[in-house]
Design a protein around this ligand. Sequence first.
Ligand code: ATP
Length: 210
Amino acid sequence: MNYNFLTIEGNIGAGKTTLATLLSKYYNSRLVLEEFAENPFLPKFYKNPRQFAFPLELFFMAERYKQMKDLIQQKDLFQSLTISDYLFTKSLLFAKITLPEDEFRLYQRLFDIINQQLVQPDLLIYLHSPISRLQENIKKRNRYYEQNIEDQYLFSIQETYTHYIKQYNIKTLIIDASNADFLGNEKHFKAVVDALEKTYEKGQHYLTLP
Ligand SMILES: Nc1ncnc2c1ncn2[C@@H]1O[C@H](COP(=O)(O)OP(=O)(O)OP(=O)(O)O)[C@@H](O)[C@H]1O
């Protein structure tokens, strides 16, 4: 496998953490997981988005920056594989949806300054699931503050990711995760491992699971 830094992305409840964890065990790689549970603004945000979006987004950006910075400072980043379950740009993509225009512009200025200092993954794996499947996953895992997420919010997140991947022609492996079961179905996991043996040009590449 030819990658040093792989990032898994996808909508809320797409299964990023599960796949990142399985891949990191398989490749014996370093694993960087998002620590969203540490964000004290998240439950407040879901209750009152308008009031808490800005501190929520700032907190996410600060936490993610700290994690990514620590990663760069560890000398062996380019000698071994690192897998993360989020992209630093995720903060900006969510902020575009959650913040009003003027606050978003301010956020973007901060983001641009910080983002310049960070290393970008050499392949993005994007898990694509229909909204109905995401809602099922969200119900099943039952985090209390996520139980009233509207389809429209998930749809906006999906559109924002798709637009970002296309706009910047990001090297992305898009996995159709509609029926994915990476934990329970060995064939699904194997298909991902096989796909990671290949090298890809910039742009979007698609994987359908068996
Ligand atoms: N920048 C952000 N702005 C608003 N909410 C965010 C942001 N980043 C994460 N969240 C929220 O944090 C929670 C965890 O999100 P995330 O998508 O990272 O993990 P997840 O849904 O557990 O992923 P998966 O199920 O794919 O492993 C979700 O409720 C999500 O909406």
